[in-house]
Ligand binder design. Structure first.
Ligand SMILES: Cc1cc2nc3c(=O)[nH]c(=O)nc-3n(C[C@H](O)[C@H](O)[C@H](O)COP(=O)(O)O)c2cc1C
Length: 381
């Protein structure tokens, strides 16, 4: 497909992201086309097609270039799917895409489409060669120099509560009493959610951890960092949960409810929670097996699983769970001394003793009056 004439109106796709990758200038249409390496000067030509423009008009604007160069480049960019012809299905889809993703574009739409339909890839022979014992990321993270408290391992009959009862009692709490959470309860929660349940044979990957939540490739790249303003038996402070020895490693003494509020951008009730567990990704553990960026999606799914297990375990212990993705990433990672490069916080899981319910949040007749229960027009989703 080329430009049929210099009078055909073309426009640069709205859903294109350009970047440099390993020395190449790359233009990446979000839908349907592979990324293409271009000469950086092509950006100027793409720029000339910001709105519907004929190649002849573009050539007039780019008067420092030979008109034939502009017309030829427009044809090539059309073939690459970086320009679309007015009225074409490509142009229509591009409009729909831009409308649909709205304020999430380009960051979210680029990532989503760039990681779609990828071939399933597990360890390549090249990767396997690097998987010597020394090349494998450590199964557990730890702070060997830190002061630590070894946590109790006493079993707790409350975990045997019927699943159905726990599932339907679970709700997000946003109001907590000043009663501290016991170290026993915190310990059970950490062990149940983040501790190893057993070890499985990952063959060339060595022994891998199975937790109570599923984890893509059993990589267990997600660690627990604890901010505890109100737990009995440990000083208020910041800790790392050492899952190997079931201990809390002290990273910084002192942590207040007010700091919790500030870290979690003042989400309602977070400044009353007895503790917050920040779920932190140690990327290399996942990346050492999964080389494709789609694995980044997997890590967020893994975090969701841990969040659900946390909420159910907290509920069965009589605690009120709260979870949020609303936190100041830089401040959280800075507090725990994480470098924000190899480790990033993904999720905040908090709990405390809930205050007795005052207002009900059950939807009443009035709420349903303001609800759209089904699509307005037939044929739409
Ligand atoms: C990933 C995730 C992020 C959330 N972020 C917030 C938040 O920032 N603030 C908040 O008040 N609730 C947050 N929640 C709680 C939801 O609002 C809550 O789950 C929803 O209202 C349904 O209520 P329920 O959990 O009681 O069933 C979050 C929940 C999830 C799963």
């Amino acid at each position: 497909m080329g430009v049929r004439g210099v009078d055909v109106r073309l426009r640069r796709l709205k859903n294109v992201t350009c970047y440099w990758h390993r020395g190449d200038f790359v233009a990446h249409a979000h839908r349907g086309h592979s990324p293409v390496a271009l000469h950086p000067s092509t950006a100027e030509i793409l720029s000339a097609f910001d709105t519907w423009t004929t190649p002849a008009q573009a050539a007039e604007v780019l008067d420092h270039l030979h008109p034939e160069t502009v017309v030829k480049a427009a044809g090539t960019l059309l073939e690459y799917g970086l320009l679309a012809e007015e009225g074409s299905p490509e142009a229509e889809e591009d409009e729909r895409l831009a409308d649909a993703w709205g304020p999430w574009a380009p960051e979210a739409s680029f990532f989503h489409y760039a990681t779609r339909d990828v071939p399933f890839e597990t360890a390549t022979p090249e990767l396997r060669r690097h998987l010597t014992r020394d090349g494998r990321p450590a199964l557990f993270s730890e702070y060997p120099e830190a002061d630590r408290v070894l946590l109790p391992r006493t079993p707790d009959p409350r975990l045997s509560a019927p699943l159905e009862q726990t599932l339907y009692r679970r709700r997000t709490h946003r109001s907590f009493s000043a009663q501290p959470v016991s170290l026993h309860d915190l310990s059970i929660l950490l062990r149940t959610v983040f501790g190893p349940a057993e070890f499985i044979d990952g063959f060339e990957f060595g022994a891998l951890i199975r937790r109570t939540s599923p984890s893509g490739g059993a990589r267990q790249e997600l660690d627990a960092y604890l901010a505890a303003p109100n737990v009995t038996g440990i000083p208020a402070g910041l800790y790392h949960y050492n899952a190997r020895e079931h201990s809390l490693e002290l990273l910084r003494e002192g942590f207040t409810h007010a700091e919790a509020g500030a870290l979690c951008v003042h989400q309602e009730g977070i400044d009353q929670a007895a503790f917050i567990v920040f779920v932190v990704a140690a990327w290399e553990r996942l990346r050492s097996k999964y080389r494709h960026p789609r694995a980044y999606r997997v890590s967020h799914l893994n975090a969701g699983h841990l969040g659900q297990t946390f909420a159910l375990a907290a509920t069965t212990l009589g605690l009120g769970p709260f979870q949020t993705a609303a936190f100041d990433d830089t401040a959280v990672e800075g507090h725990f001394g994480l470098d924000s490069v190899t480790h990033n916080a993904l999720y905040a899981l908090a709990a405390g003793h809930p205050t007795p319910d005052t207002a009900t949040d059950t939807a009443d007749l009035n709420a349903f009056r303001h609800t759209t229960l089904r699509p307005r027009a037939t044929g739409t989703l």
